[in-house]
Design a protein around this ligand. Structure first.
Ligand SMILES: [Zn+2]
Length: 331
């Protein structure tokens, strides 16, 4: 009788452990995530860099984890791109369709805000360290008086006077909810140094960092997608990505920190613009990433690695974690 009781108890404990671990055999939540952006780095350019051996940090991530294709189905620009990557939503839910058609991302929709809410503000440090300012801005909506006879895209009339209206920038609601939000750092070295300092200062805390390098995009616009300056900028982003990986290793944090590196869009072949540049990529030390996907799949991947229940996210996420098989619905 006694033996049976012990046997049943052991069985029940084993069941409970299995249930706590999750019915899909999920791994325990990761401690930290660093999402690194190489703004404007196309897939073909990264492929060439890996083949020629001048992107050793991406190669390192590929060897340790995964490198997958990310296909963009929407506008190939900065505002649309990072909004989709940082929220997991299509533009219909965020209002951010492109660099020209946008509004502030609704309150609570970004990864930063989701994680602050999930863990509790004192239990996680969220930070954004961003190269760009114009397309990664935090300004509120504003109106500017119109001169007599002048016409504007968005116009309002107040007390008989005409004004041009400008929408708030995408991160207007977000930036106050993130512990550290810095944009306009411009140079890779300033973004990179700030990221290294944040890792060092917060090594004992749980964190989520978004680190955005902008020189690839800038050099693409200035010198073109086939220029040596564009390639140099990719090498620069790779060097700083490598320094971040080195810092994690030196502090013994590489096992507890998932690093995802991705891009918001590529460049038009041999061009200085990115009107039609939908082929990008995701490199990560997360060996569980097992399929190609879209920009909106990246936020759900990170949320699920932090242990969040994606089904409880409101409104429903458009993206799906890249760590799980997914067949898009036919309608
Ligand atoms: Zn650009």
């Amino acid at each position: 009788m006694r033996r049976t009781c012990i046997g049943a108890a052991v069985f029940l404990v084993a069941m409970a452990v299995a249930l706590m671990a999750g019915s899909e055999g999920k791994e325990p939540p990761v401690k930290n995530v660093i999402l690194i952006g190489w703004d404007g780095a196309g897939r073909q350019n990264v492929k060439e860099g890996l083949e020629a051996g001048y992107l050793p940090a991406l190669q390192r991530l590929k060897d340790e984890g995964s490198l997958v294709a990310i296909d963009i189905l929407r506008t190939t620009d900065t505002k649309a791109g990072w909004t989709q990557i940082l929220t997991g939503y299509e533009p219909e839910k965020t209002g951010v369709f492109s660099n020209k058609r946008y509004e502030p991302i609704p309150k609570g929709y970004t990864l930063f805000e989701r994680l602050e809410k999930f863990f509790g503000p004192s239990k996680i440090l969220t930070a954004a360290v961003i190269s760009k300012k114009v397309n990664m801005g935090t300004d509120g909506p504003r109106i500017v008086p119109l001169k007599k006879g002048q016409k504007a895209k968005y116009q309002v009339t107040l007390d008989g006077k005409d004004y041009e209206a400008f929408p708030g920038k995408p991160y207007f609601h977000t930036h106050g909810a993130v512990d550290i939000f810095i944009n306009g750092l411009h140079w890779d070295k300033d973004v990179g140094k700030k990221a290294l300092a944040l890792i060092e200062q917060n090594k004992d805390r749980r964190f989520f960092f978004f680190v955005h390098f902008g020189e690839v995009d800038r050099k693409g616009h200035m010198f073109g997608e086939n220029s040596s300056r564009y390639v140099d900028a990719m090498k620069s982003a790779d060097t700083w990505t490598g320094r971040i990986l080195d810092k994690l290793e030196a502090l013994g944090m590489d096992e507890e920190t998932l690093v995802y590196v991705t891009s918001d869009h590529g460049f038009d072949e041999d061009g200085v613009k990115h009107f039609d540049a939908p082929y990008v990529w995701l490199a990560t030390n997360d060996g569980g990433v097992m399929r190609r996907g879209n920009r909106e799949d990246i936020a759900p991947t990170i949320m699920s690695r932090f242990g969040m229940d994606l089904d409880s996210v409101e409104p429903a996420l458009d993206g799906k974690p890249l760590t799980q098989p997914f067949t898009p619905p036919i309608w």
